[in-house]
Design a protein around this ligand. Structure first.
Ligand code: NAP
Length: 249
């Protein structure tokens, strides 16, 4: 069994969806978790729910993960609450603003790149300060299979996720000697609010192209994040784990 007792984790965009499920998994394994979301009420509700279910400490932090000032404050609040210690960072906050290149507005490109990719840059910068001193840490970036294979209608999103994979590999190299592992998870199509936007016909079409013939659940991604957060992954860095029912192989 994976034991994260006394570890502390910060998960961006964890008010709901995959981020929330990751927070639940880490808390169930004994970690104290900082629930960060752009919406304070969502973060508070999730933090209270998790604190009520497990004997661990939670805090709720409101932050737009793409804004440097918000990120700075988010780390300051988290470190204060957890005695200056941060063992695990999960860069999960992400959005889509889909459209074909010809019709995509510059603001949709900027917004997606900022929230999906710049946020990871800002959070890694803050987290590694503390992790360098501790000479240990786990950073997990939630990318996407479309960062590996592209997807028509998602030039902004797939570029942001491909960027996240480049960031992961580079930081893995920069911090390996300090025992800070940096890995990415590339989920396939997972049942959350993000994929709820698709019609049933679109979901069926997607499922028919997946060897396991179904969409994944948030817990499937959370299980991979739990493994990468634990000592079981100590000799793994710079990797991208696909959680996609066999879509990319
Ligand atoms: P989701 O249900 O839409 O959850 C995303 C969370 O991020 C929400 O709680 C949202 O808050 C929060 N958020 C949005 N903008 C933010 C910002 N600027 N700063 C901080 N938090 C912000 O999406 P999800 O499906 O769980 O996705 C989580 C991650 O997995 C994303 O990075 C996504 O790209 C990736 N992913 C998802 C899938 C999939 O099929 N679902 C596949 C591959 C990768 P609000 O709700 O308050 O806006």
């Amino acid at each position: 069994m994976i034991d994260l007792t006394s570890k502390t984790a910060l998960i961006t965009g964890s008010g709901r969806g995959i981020g929330k499920e990751i927070a639940v998994k880490l808390a169930a394994a004994g970690a104290n978790v900082a629930i960060s979301d752009i919406d304070l009420e969502t973060a508070k509700a999730t933090a209270a729910e998790i604190a009520g279910a497990y004997k661990i400490k939670t805090i709720a932090v409101a932050a737009d993960a793409s804004k440097a000032a918000d990120v700075e404050k988010m780390f300051a609040d988290t470190l204060e609450a957890f005695g200056g210690k941060l063992d695990i960072l999960i860069n999960n906050a992400g959005i889509t603003r889909d459209g074909l290149l010809m019709r995509m507005k510059e603001e949709d490109w900027d917004l997606v790149l900022n929230i999906n990719l710049k946020s990871a840059f800002l959070c890694c910068k803050e987290a590694t300060r503390t992790m360098m001193k501790a000479r240990s840490g786990k950073i997990i970036n939630i990318a996407s299979v479309v960062g590996l294979m592209g997807n028509a209608g998602q030039v902004n999103y797939s570029a942001s996720k491909a960027g996240m994979i480049g960031l992961t590999k580079t930081l893995a190299r920069e911090f390996a000697s300090r025992s800070i592992n940096v890995n990415a998870i590339a989920p396939g199509f997972i049942k959350t609010a993000m994929t709820d936007k698709l019609t049933d016909a679109e979901k069926e079409k997607l499922a028919s192209g997946i060897p396991m013939a179904k969409l994944g659940e948030p817990v499937d991604v959370a299980n991979a994040a739990l493994f990468l957060s634990s000592a079981l992954s100590d000799y793994i860095t710079g990797q991208v784990i696909t959680v996609d029912g066999g879509l990319v192989m």
